[in-house]
Design a protein around this ligand. Structure first.
Ligand code: CO8
Length: 256
């Protein structure tokens, strides 16, 4: 697929996806989301890639779903089409770790896209918000659920009911992001993080990602049971032998 609204670039073992619709502050229209889904799947199926970074511009990671495109949608046609499920949730199906590197606005669907990624790294310029209430609607790509799980009920309610934005420092305090870095270093830091992850056992990485995501979906007892079963299954892999031998032999492990 030829891309018009995103750009892709490989740096080492990290697949970088740049949302690239600057005039619309990376508003997430159908075409952009389709291209993003295609690029994500492509990197997921590429054995040379160990982690994926999704980023935007200095001004905006993404200012939300494209309001101009959404304006004339009607119900029930919109519901029957399931356009949200088809294009927006691809990122949640990716096996490799996906890092959102957020500078500037991450609003509405942009904040939801960042929260669907596995790790959010924020520039000190990042601003997060769910301003849909100002448009007479509510978040529609998981915002009411993922923001609440990330920052707790009171702050999520305040943000969703008023449309207030959160700056990077507050987002870090509230556990919405893993870390805040200077804006000038954002991509380099995200790629470095991706490289670190890509250097680990790809099997352990994929299983660790799945196990952490289970914590959102299940009870503690079931989640711990899932962790135990998958932990033990890793003793059937050469990577467990390599990782433990390397530690004992005081060398760096080689996970092929
Ligand atoms: N959709 C379409 N165009 C947008 C969007 C958007 N979300 N955001 C900005 N733009 C466009 C503007 O229309 C403007 O275009 P033009 O120059 O042609 O008029 C251009 O980007 C620059 O924007 P501004 O002039 O407004 O720039 P400012 O610096 O003054 O303001 C803001 C920046 C604060 C980010 C402002 O643009 C803004 O408030 N944007 C809208 C934010 C918003 O409400 N987001 C939520 C959208 S709804 C949503 O995301 C629901 C998701 C549901 C799930 C998925 C379903 C599809």
């Amino acid at each position: 697929m030829d891309y018009e609204m995103i750009a892709t670039e490989t740096q080492g073992r990290v697949g970088l996806i740049l949302l690239n619709r600057p005039k619309a502050l990376n508003a997430l229209c159908d075409q952009l989301m389709t291209e993003l889904g295609d690029a994500l799947r492509g990197y997921d199926n590429d054995t040379a890639i160990g982690a994926i970074v999704v980023t935007g511009s200095e001004r905006a990671f993404a200012a939300g779903a494209d309001i101009k495109e959404m304006q004339n949608r009607t119900h029930p046609a919109t519901a029957l089409d399931d356009f949200i499920g088809k294009t927006w949730e691809v990122v949640t199906t990716i096996r490799k770790p996906v890092i959102a590197a957020v500078a500037g606005y991450a609003l509405g669907g942009g904040c939801e896209l960042a929260m669907m990624c596995d790790i959010v790294l924020a520039a000190d310029t990042a601003k997060f918000g769910q301003p849909e209430i100002n448009l007479g609607v509510i978040p529609g790509a998981g915002g009411t659920q993922r923001l609440t799980r990330a920052v707790g009920k009171s702050k999520a309610m305040e943000m969703i009911l008023t449309g207030r934005m959160m700056d990077a420092a507050e987002a870090e305090r509230a556990n919405l992001v893993a870390r805040v870095v200077p804006a000038a270093d954002l991509i380099a830091e995200a790629v470095k993080l991706g490289e670190t992850i890509a250097g680990m056992s790809p099997v352990a990485t994929a299983i660790a990602k799945r196990a952490v995501n289970r914590a959102y979906e299940t009870t503690l007892a079931e989640g711990v049971g899932y962790e135990r079963a998958t932990f033990l299954s890793l003793f059937g892999t050469p990577h467990q032998r390599e990782g433990m031998s390397a530690f004992i032999e005081k060398r760096k492990p080689e996970f092929s």
